[in-house]
Design a protein around this ligand. Structure first.
Ligand code: FAD
Length: 619
């Protein structure tokens, strides 16, 4: 009856719709294919798939499932069904409605676009962006005609750092019409690319423009994985993803179970982001390093900047601001030191250290996909280049009551390469990056073991920056073990398990600046080495062939997340110890990864706008 139908109106989600590989429409096809519609019909027990209108269904998520428990590897979809668009179906076909609940479980009632507020909607609406700017009473502009700009002077905010957190904070504030200056010690992506080229080809490290510093932050010359643990379907994550699409990312990132951009896509995206910020009036200063905060009566009132490029021709400059968003990442150790000089509260926190393992990609493909491995075609086929994610819990050596250590794979880069992320020539640390096709012949991932302040103290490091000292210790040891010049100490995983030097036949590495055989047991305290050995053994059970003479461990991976947290008020995002300072992103200890850093920056932008009375939560 019509009443029954009315009960079911709205949006429904259909989960776990499997489409065999040979019938799948391909990775860039985001509409509902015939094969998927057939699967939908099967689940709904709807008699004729071709009678279902495809426009009633939207693909929300697509992943590749090659788990051994599966009879046959397949693509798995989550689809949203808009019942309103099915209303033209013949009434006699409506039987499936009564089967919805028992058949496919409780489906969340949802609107397709959950965004966190009007502002984010406007950011995504091209037309509004260009047309709806309104003049506030004091003459400055905002896209938000529903929000009142204060009649007082225009707020001046500095955002320090142009990584994901700084960019999103700047974007939100600029959309509110705030006078934003974005200060970045590194270079714009064009020049940064040349500096990184000089590093990986000629070993010339620009200490202010490298894999960590420069436009886009640490995430630019990266794998560009957009996976996050903070809730893939949350409005805030969706907003970030949509913003990335708005600036040039492929729409598939909105749907892909493991979204990934790759460095080649990140660079043009960042240029578009920059252009948009400039169109909003953001003053972007590259090659400018914040050396100090100007503090008056316990309140930050500005910053001291110096020319970090040596080309801008000023030694130092004082700039006044109403507030400073600090989005400097966790490699800006000089900033932590500077904050201590202002008695800002910094707290050491847990993070993880370890080694980066590299296998031939073909080996990982065959471990994960068995016979199907041949169909991977270096990122050109339907089947994604294989990855893995492993974790093992290890009892702590010292005290059974303290939490276990975990050892886990981190920042896995299929078809990628190992890169040097040092910012000081006397230190060596590495990470992984890839291009969008993930076509290199190697697969790398960090194997990292959690460490806590007790580990820092055991090594003689104390105080708020004990974790930074702990990181630096291993980076310096690794540099010495490699013999300097960014040469990386390596050991095959087999030899690491046997605690012997890899004498000859070291497998080839994607790392461009050279590797040297070393016994990596000499790097970390014994309990970290043992945790790695124990876990690698377990990983080999899960992924048979993981321990291989073709697999090479590289030292050292120390910057998995921040070793420090800068405590802040959870509502206002303001530092608890220094008024006017807004610590955000990974360096402040509130994010890990591109998406979570972007979300943190976005929320900080909202919090700050609120404190400036640019909007109220209930507006
Ligand atoms: P950052 O990105 O570190 O940005 C901080 C910015 O502040 C930098 O541009 C820096 O130059 C600037 N800055 C620092 N000090 C100052 C100062 N005094 N004055 C002015 N500017 C300053 N994460 C993922 O989610 N997926 C991945 O695939 C991935 N791959 C990675 C690969 C590599 C090689 C690296 C190094 C990291 C990778 N990460 C990845 C981690 C990710 O990049 C970070 O989590 C993220 O960039 C943190 O964002 P953020 O804005 O907090 O800080």
């Amino acid at each position: 009856t019509q009443t029954d139908i009315d009960k079911f109106k709205g949006f429904w989600r259909l989960f776990k719709l499997g489409v065999p590989i040979d019938r799948d429409a391909g990775k860039d096809f985001l509409d509902v294919s015939d094969a998927l519609l057939e699967e939908v019909a099967k689940v709904l027990e709807f008699p004729v798939a071709s009678m279902l209108p495809p426009e009633a269904f939207t693909v929300l998520r697509k992943s590749f499932d090659a788990r051994k428990s599966q009879k046959e590897p397949k693509f798995v979809y989550t689809v949203e069904m808009d019942v309103d668009k099915l209303l033209n179906l013949e009434p006699r076909t409506w039987d499936f409605i009564s089967r919805l609940e028992p058949k496919i479980g409780v489906i969340e009632h949802t609107t397709h676009e959950k965004v966190i507020g009007d502002l984010v909607n406007i950011i995504h609406d091209n037309k509004k962006l260009n047309q709806d700017r309104v003049k506030g009473e004091n003459g400055h502009t905002s896209s938000l005609n529903s929000y009142k700009l204060p009649s007082t002077k225009k707020a001046k905010i500095a955002v320090v750092g142009s990584g994901p957190s700084g960019l999103f904070a700047a974007l939100v504030l600029a959309e509110f019409g705030v006078d934003v200056t974005l200060i970045e010690r590194g270079q714009p992506v064009e020049k940064r690319g040349r500096d990184i080229g000089a590093l990986v080809v000629r070993r010339i490290l620009q200490t202010e423009s490298n894999f960590c510093f420069g436009e886009g932050g640490a995430g630019t010359w990266s794998d560009g994985k957009l996976v996050t643990r903070i809730g893939r379907n949350s409005g805030s994550v969706l907003s970030v993803m949509k913003t990335l699409v708005r600036f040039g990312a492929p729409e598939s990132i909105l749907v892909d179970g493991k979204p990934h951009l790759g460095t080649d896509r990140l660079i043009p995206l960042l240029r578009n982001f920059r252009q948009h910020l400039q169109d909003l009036g953001v003053n972007i200063r590259f090659g400018s390093r914040v050396d100090d905060l100007i503090v008056e009566n316990g309140h930050v009132v500005g910053v001291n900047v110096s020319d970090s490029s040596g080309r801008l021709g000023f030694s130092s400059e004082k700039l006044g601001f109403d507030a400073v968003v600090l989005a400097v990442g966790h490699s800006a150790r000089d900033v932590y030191q500077m904050l201590l000089s202002h008695n800002t509260e910094l707290v050491p926190k847990d993070f993880a250290v370890g080694l980066r393992i590299e296998h031939p990609q073909e080996l990982i493909n065959s471990i994960q996909y068995s016979k199907l491995a041949n169909e991977v075609l270096s990122g050109r086929g339907k089947i994604p280049v294989a990855d893995y994610k492993v974790v093992e819990y290890v009892k702590r050596e010292d005290n059974n009551d303290t939490p276990q250590r975990s050892c886990y794979s981190f920042c896995m880069c299929p078809g990628g390469q190992v890169v040097v992320t040092s910012i000081d020539p006397s230190e060596l640390c590495i990470n992984g990056m890839s291009f969008s096709r993930r076509a290199s012949k190697w697969a790398n991932a960090a194997l990292a073991v959690t460490v806590s302040p007790k580990d820092f103290n055991d090594l003689g490091f104390h105080g708020p920056l004990a974790g930074v000292d702990f990181q630096r210790e291993f980076e310096q040891r690794a540099s010495i073990m490699g013999g300097g010049n960014f040469v990386v100490p390596v050991q095959t995983v087999k030899d690491f398990m046997d605690n012997k030097l890899s004498a000859s036949n070291i497998p080839s590495s994607s790392y461009r600046l050279g590797v040297k055989a070393a016994n990596l047991h000499e790097l970390f305290p014994v309990h970290i080495t043992e945790a790695l050995q124990h876990s690698i053994m377990a990983f080999d059970q899960e992924l048979p062939g993981f321990i291989s003479s073709d697999a090479l461990l590289h030292g050292v991976e120390t910057r998995t997340s921040s070793p420090v947290q800068i405590p802040r008020n959870p509502d206002t995002f303001e530092s608890v110890s220094l008024r006017g300072l807004y610590p955000v992103g990974e360096g402040a200890g509130y994010a890990g990864g591109i998406v979570s850093a972007a979300v943190d920056g976005m929320y900080a932008g909202f919090a700050l706008a609120k404190s400036l009375d640019l909007y109220k939560a209930d507006d």
